[in-house]
Design a protein around this ligand. Structure first.
Ligand code: G4P
Length: 525
């Protein structure tokens, strides 16, 4: 029987972040194939395109051909149990996407070699930086013509403000892609080898091919050796410590579609990615190997099956071992909850998972007990994990009920959905109008859909567009500062917030009101 220590140390829990179309789905699928979690290539893809979306709740997902909901995939590889948390890969990503990053211990960033760093990757990357978790980079589509690798590295460092260390380096690309020069394993991995036995060509101590090979005749080989020399002399040093605190990203080149460089990446990733770490709570750090069970809810998804009106709360286990039927306390209310038949594992498709420890994600049937950020634990202390950060909404609508007779349902629906974390609610200070804020357009569509289907209310949403959102301390606020360019509102905790028309309006306001300190919870310290 493995001990709790062994089990926790074998866990690797990560999210893949990328811009849509960079190859996240393809890479995920290839990783799952290595782990034997799926038999056929195309399984994950089918889920993405909606083939597996059966319930009505998935309607939006089907209509839009996107994954609205983050979900969890689990597989065993060598002695590791790997949990991959999926993040919706559409431009219309939501707060769920951000919160998923609160539940992981590391992140893998997939970059399209032809595109470089794009907007969405940047936003997700910021959340990883905020948490200081390790970030591994996979530069994909080397079988296609892309940007020069040195240019890509410079872009990663400049745009993201992070150091990089290439674990391997491409030899050519596109039609001329030969393979990767693997600095970490001291070998060349050929893209097209005559057979499996010579896929890997060993390098000698000077970093040159040990045996004679036709590759030595290629100018691409010469060029690679020069670039490797340049990296060794002028590039960053490899540092496990910097990887661990998220200030240096190990970079891997490959091609997910052709399954090239994926296993090499996976092996190194598992070696350097952290097992679950201690997490901060109101009674100090909670050791992941502590016998007391604990975890926090990072996402609630309602009505996966509209016939049952059920909700699923996604729990990240932070310590101890989960057992079906166990009794825990919900720290926010102090009430005991029995995790009996109401519990399911998300990876239950395969029926192989029958226990879960720190690092794993489980889904709990919820009849309205849980809120996002809730802690459950068997510890008598009933501590709470740190509050999940509030993410800065960028898009806003003014919302009212179409039918004034439906006010009661309207308020109930809004308040429940806001509490669930589906959307953020603000009230204008003057008129007490309701404004909804989101990080992506999709959240409004989900809101509208759910108000109609779950609360029987048609809503009117008037777009007021994108805003630059800044919180402000209450004692500094003069309600006369409200204007059409700087709308003053209160959030659901009654904190004052300014919604600026654009960056220009924000700067103008800051110049005029130097005493007022504005802050953005998403700013990286
Ligand atoms: P995403 O989840 O990040 O949105 O990306 P996804 O994996 O769906 O990949 C986006 C497109 O890029 C797909 O093509 C996929 O086949 C392709 N792709 C992924 N990895 C590689 C790679 O290493 N090399 C090349 N050349 N292409 C890659 P598509 O035409 O949009 O879809 P499909 O027709 O292949 O299904």
């Amino acid at each position: 029987m493995p001990t709790l220590h062994d089990q926790v140390q074998s866990r690797r829990t990560f999210a893949i972040i990328s811009h849509p179309d960079a190859g996240k789905t393809t890479l995920t699928e290839k990783l799952l194939l290595f782990g034997g979690a799926i038999r056929d290539a195309g399984t994950v893809k089918a889920r993405k395109t909606g083939k597996y979306a059966t319930s009505d709740w998935m309607e939006i997902e089907k209509q839009r051909g996107i994954s609205v909901t983050s979900s969890v995939m689990q597989f065993d590889y060598n002695d590791f149990r790997v949990n991959i948390l999926d993040t919706p890969g559409h431009q219309d990503f939501s707060e769920d996407t951000y919160r998923t990053l609160m539940a992981v211990d590391s992140a893998v960033m997939v970059v399209d070699s032809a595109k470089g760093i794009e907007d969405q990757t940047m936003k997700l990357f910021k959340v990883c930086r905020m948490r200081g978790i390790p970030i591994f980079t996979f530069i994909n589509k080397m079988d296609r013509q892309g940007k020069e690798p040195l240019e890509l590295l410079a872009e990663l460092e400049e745009v993201l403000g992070i150091e990089t260390y290439p674990m391997n380096w491409p030899i050519g690309m596109g039609k001329d892609f030969v393979g990767i020069y693997d600095r970490f394993n001291n070998r060349i991995e050929q893209f097209k080898s005559e057979d499996e036995t010579n896929r890997f060509l060993p390098l000698n101590e000077e970093g040159e091919l040990e045996i004679e090979h036709e590759l030595q005749e290629s100018p691409l080989y010469e060029q690679t050796l020069e670039e490797i020399m340049l990296l060794s002399e002028a590039g960053n040093q490899f540092s496990e410590e910097k990887i661990a605190n998220g200030t240096l990203s190990p970079v891997f080149f490959g091609s997910a579609l052709t399954t090239f460089g994926v296993q090499t990446f996976l092996d190194a990733y598992l070696q350097f990615a952290p097992a679950p770490q201690a997490r901060m709570s109101t009674s100090g750090e909670v050791d992941p190997e502590s016998e007391d069970f604990s975890g926090f809810i990072f996402k609630i998804q309602a009505n996966m099956n509209p016939k049952h009106r059920d909700r699923i709360a996604f729990l990240r286990i932070c310590s101890g071992k989960f057992e079906r039927g166990m009794s825990v306390n919900l720290s926010r209310t102090g009430k005991p909850i029995n995790l009996s038949s109401s519990t399911q594992f998300l990876a239950d498709d395969r029926n192989t998972v029958n226990e879960a420890v720190s690092g794993d994600i489980i889904g709990l049937y919820d009849t309205g007990n849980y809120q996002i950020g809730d802690t459950i634990t068997t510890s008598k202390e009933m501590y709470q994990f740190e509050r999940l950060p509030q993410f800065t909404p960028e898009l806003f609508v003014r919302v009212t009920a179409k039918n004034v007779m439906k006010q009661k349902h309207f308020h109930k629906g809004i308040h429940q959905l806001v509490q669930e974390g589906a959307i953020q609610l603000f009230k204008t200070v003057r008129m007490e109008e309701y404004l909804l804020g989101a990080v992506g357009q999709l959240q409004f569509e989900v809101f509208e859909h759910r108000m109609r289907n779950e609360y029987n209310v048609e809503v009117l949403m008037e777009r007021i567009g994108s805003k630059v959102t800044r919180w402000v301390e209450a004692d500094k606020v003069d309600e006369n500062l409200h204007s059409s360019r700087s709308i003053l509102v209160k959030d659901r905790y009654d904190k004052y917030v300014f919604l600026f028309e654009n960056d220009f309006a924000l700067r103008w306001f800051e110049d005029k009101n130097p005493d007022i300190e504005l802050y953005n919870p998403m700013d990286i310290k």
